[in-house]
Write a protein that binds this ligand. Structure first.
Ligand code: 9MR
Ligand code: ZN
Length: 580
């Protein structure tokens, strides 16, 4: 039997729950001295498909006394009344401070091209890495200086579309939750300069973006070695570096992100804001001159991340929307409207599909908006959030994931749904979402090619009546341990946090504890690496298909765009709570 909680803790106001795999009976809350401080009845949910368990909820939302507690399930007389206890967790107004700090500080640990010094990195130091010139893959005599930015993930590659996604999450978090994001102190080399640390950290990636732009505005898709390095420290990876050919996705994403960043950095550094705006316009010009989709496939001999896409429709839309937000010029408005004539997912917040960023750009621009467009975008977020409410009501853990949605990097899915709830709240759509959720339908099962259709029998549904904030919080609860394995998926955060990511420096530095703040990709019902397949037996329920093993890249890697939606959701909850 398990009693699962958010190991980072619970804010004073709002939903507080534990999930129990003994679905009925009574529970109580015990303080650090073992004294009972609250008592309640377990609310039975029934069979939860993602975990394969019968589950129930211990709801202690009304308990608002700061402290450190455990949830205890009262044992029955048959086993002598022995109770099962959860891990310890705090309740209080600042429980997410360390988490948010660590999630954002993780980017410092991923910096490339510079030394990580003990003043900022503690024991997780390393020498400057990947500082040599890179050769153009197709024309190696052309050398370019592209040092800097963040390592993408467990590997040492640097990829524009992945970086754009992470930057979009972080910069929109800054834009939408300014108090929290501005106050965040990261102890990085730029701290104390008068610029918020979050912006200093993001500038590291933006400066690298600017280096990846060619003189004609086209943007190299990525900068990597030919193959992923061995599990060595970054400065020991001395294979030749390459920049890979321009893609229209990378070019559009750079235009979008630089336009977005330009406005944000303007109050702190006008010259940098100008450089960003010029870069955005230049790449946009390239897009106009190259209207055809220019995709990306790894050329023979190159085995690093591909980040290929089937089209660039959402990327071009996003670029037009951000340039409209930046300049207010009608030509960009026309372009974004034109881009909408073709179909792509409007609310996506990923590294491939980026439409949702375009919607945010438009809705938050403060520029003249067409009423019908505005309404269409709002309605798109309403529909998406309502469907995600419906999904979370069908999960005993309150997670907005169908049992078949646990793929490689599932934690990003969970956090993106958290973002959707947060966005719906900020845009004032809560009532509309609640109403739409009553009749919303579950998403249609994604099928492997050739997989036969089967009748989907809807499982239990618990209409919890949560607001957007509570739905968003439930996604973070899951990440932080309120899941069927009772694991916190953020290193160094929570009593039982995973510790062995597929992350080269974390392995090669020989230090037992992983650097804090790294978000694992999380469970996948279809492990795509040999170790994962062996270590997670076939038939394991989705939510339990995880193993904390550094070899398993499809289950336990980290990436810059898995941390960033967690930053967004945590910052939202903190800003919304205002210290309570
Ligand atoms: O998340 C990506 C997954 O869906 C792909 O199947 C996989 C294989 O190409 O790549 C994953 O992305 C990785 C990228 O290629 C390189 N950096 C780390 C990314 C996360 O594992
Ligand atoms: Zn590096």
């Amino acid at each position: 039997m398990g009693v699962y909680v958010n190991q980072a803790g619970y804010l004073l106001k709002g939903e507080k729950r534990a999930v129990l795999t003994s679905p009925s009976g009574r529970f109580f809350l015990e303080d650090e001295e073992g004294k009972e401080v609250y008592r309640g009845e377990v609310r039975e949910f029934g069979f939860d498909r993602s975990s394969g368990d019968q589950v129930g909820t211990a709801d202690f939302s009304e308990f608002e006394t700061p402290g450190v507690y455990r949830v205890c399930a009262e044992g029955d007389a048959e086993n002598g009344g022995v109770s099962e206890k959860s891990l310890c967790f705090p309740v209080g107004g600042n429980v997410y401070d360390k988490l948010l700090h660590d999630l954002m500080k993780a980017y410092y640990f991923l910096r490339c091209g510079c030394e990580l010094k003990p003043e900022y990195a503690g024991e997780y130091v390393h020498a400057a890495c990947h500082t040599g010139y890179a050769s153009e893959w197709e024309n190696p005599s052309v050398k370019v200086e592209v040092s800097g930015g963040w390592h993408d993930a467990g590997d040492y590659g640097r990829y524009i579309t992945a970086g754009a996604c992470a930057l979009a999450h972080l910069l929109y978090a800054y834009k939408m939750f300014p108090k929290t994001m501005k106050e965040l102190q990261l102890q990085i080399p730029e701290s104390g300069s008068g610029v918020p640390d979050v912006l200093s950290e993001c500038r590291v990636e933006l400066e690298w973006f600017l280096k990846m732009q060619k003189s004609d505005g086209g943007v190299y898709h990525k900068a990597t070695t030919a193959r992923h390095a061995a599990f060595v420290m970054p400065e020991e990876d001395r294979e030749p570096l390459y920049v890979l050919p321009v893609s229209s996705m990378a070019t559009a994403d750079l235009a979008a992100v630089c336009a977005l960043a330009s406005t944000i950095y303007r109050p702190y550094d006008g010259a940098f804001a100008d450089r960003l705006a010029q870069a955005a316009e230049k790449s946009y010009q390239w897009l106009k001159e190259n209207p055809e989709f220019l995709g990306f496939r790894n050329p023979p001999g190159c085995g690093t991340g591909e980040y290929g896409e089937r089209d660039d429709l959402s990327n071009r839309f996003w670029a037009a929307a951000e340039l409209y937000a930046l300049t207010g010029e009608e030509r960009y408005h026309r372009d974004l409207e034109k881009a909408l004539e073709q179909s792509f997912p409007l609310t996506a917040l990923g590294y491939g599909e980026v439409g949702g960023f375009g919607l945010l750009a438009y809705l938050l621009s403060g520029r003249k908006q067409k009423e019908e467009l505005r309404e269409r975008f709002l309605e798109a977020f309403v529909k998406e959030a309502a469907q995600r409410v419906r999904v979370s009501e069908s999960c005993g853990y309150g997670v907005s994931m169908m049992e078949w949605e646990y793929f490689w990097g599932s934690n990003m899915g969970v956090m993106k749904h958290g973002m959707t709830f947060a966005i719906a709240d900020v845009l004032g759509l809560e009532d509309r979402v609640r109403k739409a959720a009553e009749t919303a339908e579950l998403p249609k099962k994604w099928r492997w090619p050739g997989e036969p259709e089967e009748e989907v029998v809807p499982g239990p549904r618990e209409q919890r009546g949560w607001n957007m904030r509570d739905h968003a919080a439930a996604q973070l609860d899951y990440l932080m341990g309120l899941n069927a394995l009772g694991i916190s998926y953020v290193t160094g955060n929570g009593e039982r946090a995973y510790n062995n990511p597929h992350l080269r420096p974390a392995y090669a530095d020989g230090i037992e504890a992983c650097m804090p703040g790294m978000v694992s990709g999380g469970p996948s019902a279809h492990p795509a690496d040999p170790d994962g397949k062996r270590l997670v037996p076939e038939g394991t329920p989705s939510m339990k298909s995880f193993v904390d093993d550094w070899r398993c890249y499809s289950l336990n890697e980290i990436t810059i765009y898995w941390n960033s939606p967690a930053v967004f959701v945590t910052a939202y909850l903190k800003e919304k709570a205002g210290g309570r």
